[in-house]
Ligand binder design. Structure first.
Ligand SMILES: [Zn+2]
Length: 59
């Protein structure tokens, strides 16, 4: 895998931040992960049965 710098400008390698359902949220690194996480509701990372804001179509 290629080394890809995080968008926050830290120069650290970025990684995918995924919620408890495995849904991609954003890219983070060690420097900015706490700040990036703050933009999301904390329960989405701990509870995979969280209620989504978006209407979900029946499958
Ligand atoms: Zn970063």
């Amino acid at each position: 895998m290629m080394y890809q710098e995080c968008f926050c400008g830290s120069g650290n390698q970025r990684r995918e931040l995924k919620d408890a359902r495995g849904i991609f949220c954003t890219f983070v690194c060690d420097a900015c992960e706490p700040e990036k996480r703050a933009h999301f509701r904390p329960e989405i990372f701990s509870d995979g049965s969280y209620d989504a804001d978006e209407p979900i179509e029946d499958e």
